[in-house]
Design a protein around this ligand. Structure first.
Ligand SMILES: NC(=O)c1ccc[n+]([C@@H]2O[C@H](COP(=O)([O-])OP(=O)(O)OC[C@H]3O[C@@H](n4cnc5c(N)ncnc54)[C@H](OP(=O)(O)O)[C@@H]3O)[C@@H](O)[C@H]2O)c1
Length: 278
């Protein structure tokens, strides 16, 4: 059996490659810039772009299963290329946003829905991983923590259930090494609801020094985020925070059901990435 991991340079994709190798699976890996991949010699590396299905060529030769990100514009063409190449199972990193009311009218939800629908329509067996907000979104605070020991936020009381990228990868590996998750769409969250302020406090506890939350207006936050993130995402991030104040987002038990292990905590994510904040 051979598995192709598209986006092996990514946080989730890289952990999927590592997890598959631990299972003794023959892994191939792609990146749009494969020279940046640092992988053991037995992992075959290819250049491929999800937006250019023809670029997959030899990478798909003899491959049974594929892990992909949803960052693509023509999911119909890509799905057809996978079917044509004889891929029998596609595992997509989607998003829990597809399950939210009004998702098909929402910028974020609709792009994942389109990819899920294209894969379904192609007839290939599939698993849609639907994570909520990633713990790694807190990496955006690293410069403020390192610089001023402060994190500016417009909605510090926004509630999230941050999920560790390695939990998402663990479920991807289960999907890619058996048939148990074919046709399934597990929702993946962390184990606990945390406000943004509690997440900042967790970072402070792990690095062993105080980190202040500085309250911003939406306009101030928007100006700040625009330096790093495209405008459409800035609007989405602020809207998500605004709507999450006082919310009680669902805590999913799918990770534990699938892997038999408790999900990793936000604190574990901070400990795993403490160098970002020190
Ligand atoms: N942040 C959240 O809260 C959240 C929640 C739900 C879902 N998601 C989704 O999760 C994903 C982010 O996961 P992550 O943290 O692992 O990302 P990451 O570390 O930023 O890596 C993104 C990966 O996607 C690959 N990629 C992007 N566009 C590609 C293309 N056109 N062709 C081939 N590969 C492409 C990149 O590969 P190369 O650059 O090497 O080619 C890279 O390996 C996004 O799709 C996001 O929408 C995020």
């Amino acid at each position: 059996m051979s598995v192709l991991v598209v986006g092996a340079s990514g946080a989730v994709g890289g952990a999927v490659v590592a997890g598959l190798r631990e299972h003794g699976v023959a892994v191939r890996a792609t990146s749009r810039t494969p020279q940046k991949l640092v992988l053991p010699g037995e992992v075959q590396v290819f250049a491929a772009d999800l937006n250019r299905p023809a670029s997959f060529g030899a990478a798909l030769d003899g491959v049974d299963r594929v892990f992909i990100y949803a960052d693509l514009d023509e999911p119909e063409a890509l799905s057809a290329a996978f079917v044509e190449a004889g891929v029998r199972h596609v595992v997509l990193l989607s998003s829990s946003s597809v399950t939210f009311p009004g998702a098909s009218d929402d910028f974020n939800g609709s792009r994942f829905i389109r990819v899920e629908r294209a894969i379904e329509s192609s007839g290939v067996a599939h698993t849609f991983l639907r994570p909520g907000g990633f713990a790694s979104n807190a990496a955006r605070w690293s410069w403020g923590v390192r610089g001023d020991s402060a994190v500016p936020l417009p909605y510090p009381e926004a509630v999230q259930v941050p999920v560790h990228e390695r939990d998402i990868a663990d479920v991807a590996v289960v999907a890619l090494t058996g048939d148990a998750l074919i046709g399934k769409a597990p929702i993946l969250t962390g184990p606990e609801r945390l406000t943004l302020r509690q997440q900042v406090d967790t970072i402070a506890a792990v690095i062993g020094r105080p980190v202040e939350v500085i309250e911003q207006t939406e306009a101030e936050s928007s100006t700040m985020l625009s330096q790093y993130v495209p405008d459409v995402w800035v609007r989405q991030i602020i809207k998500d925070w605004r709507e999450a104040v006082g919310a009680t987002p669902a805590v999913s038990h799918d990770y534990e059901r699938i892997t038999g292990k408790p999900p990793r905590t936000f604190r574990t994510w901070v400990e795993d990435h403490a160098e970002l904040f020190r």
